[in-house]
Design a protein. Sequence first.
Length: 188
Amino acid sequence: MRPRRIESQIAEKDAILEVARLMLVSARTAPKSGGVDDIVALIVCEKEKDAIAEEMERMAEERNLGGFRRDAKNVKDSEAVILIGVKGTRSFGLDCGACGYRTCKEFEKKKQEIRKDFVGPTCLFKALDLGIALCSAAKTASILNVDNRIMYRAGTAALKLKLLPEATVIMGIPISVKGKSIFFDRNR
């Protein structure tokens, strides 16, 4: 038997998780260089989401950067965060040099190491694939009227917490349903 009434808050909470799932579908089906899918993704809620915010606050103190603190508040106030990353260690094979190496073979021989925020070097084409996947996911949320914002800082915190251990670069997309978007008109 179907319920006669569903309170708005309950319906919104259910809907936002469905939107998060659809965002993962959009990231997965986004075009990839040469048809090779090196995108990894995850939805985090509740304790894992709050752990990202706490790591962002720690990074704000460590680096004396208010942007991390401001974005941490957005993550805390969000219902979920979609993490989208890429395994950027495999080259595309064009010898384009954008990674800083003359050939893809040189790039692939270089030991991957964690840098300040991400693991590098990363193949440019894998980074482009990540950007396309992020935009596809954000578009899906937007079409469904769910507020969102792609956040570099949330991704760096997620990488430090090893939430997508196979990823070399991660970005986060917190999502929210409120009367006014929490992601814009923010203080610096």
